[in-house]
Write a protein that binds this ligand. Structure first.
Ligand code: DAT
Ligand code: MG
Length: 148
């Protein structure tokens, strides 16, 4: 089954949104397969966002991600990459629909609460970077109540 990498950014942690974010993914029916609460250093954050290194906002983005602890997670389920992006909402909270995490809780693009992988390929790269030991090994006992 597909997996994605989700990270609650330092503003989401500081604002007490960890439980709400986890709850949205859990209630949808996705399975938590990895979770850690960590501070990352600059080289690590630069590696995570390496595709954006030429952007003018890159150094500010890295400063923000290393400004406090983050919650890094692996979530698993059918179409979890795309559906996870829908749960999160558009990159710029001014354009994120109400009902999405960014639409409900964020105002500015540089304080948009949460990261989610944008493709199955970036999910694989990001999970390998953040969880070198791989996902946790467990199966939900309610699987057949979620999938037909
Ligand atoms: P997303 O996080 O929705 O995948 P992205 O990968 O294009 O968006 O960019 C990563 C983060 O960089 C994004 O969450 C917020 C920041 N960012 C993106 N575009 C920006 C911009 N034009 N100005 C400032 N920050 C920006
Ligand atoms: Mg992205």
């Amino acid at each position: 089954m597909e997996q994605t990498f989700i990270m609650i950014k330092p503003d989401g942690v500081q604002r007490g949104l960890v439980g709400d974010v986890i709850s949205r993914f859990e209630k949808k029916g996705f399975y938590l397969k990895g979770l850690k609460f960590i501070n990352v250093d600059r080289p690590f954050a630069e590696k995570h966002y390496e595709d954006l290194s030429a952007k003018p906002f890159f150094s500010g983005l890295v400063d923000y991600i290393i400004s406090g602890p983050v919650v890094a997670m692996i979530w698993e389920g059918k179409n979890v990459v795309l559906t996870g992006r829908k749960i999160i909402g558009a990159t710029n909270p001014a354009e994120s629909a109400p009902g999405t995490i960014r639409g409900d809780y964020a105002i500015e693009i540089g304080r948009n609460i949460i990261h989610g992988s944008d493709s199955a390929e970036s999910a694989r790269k990001e999970i390998a970077l953040w969880f070198p030991d791989g996902p946790a090994n467990w199966q939900s006992s309610v699987h057949h109540w979620i999938y037909e």
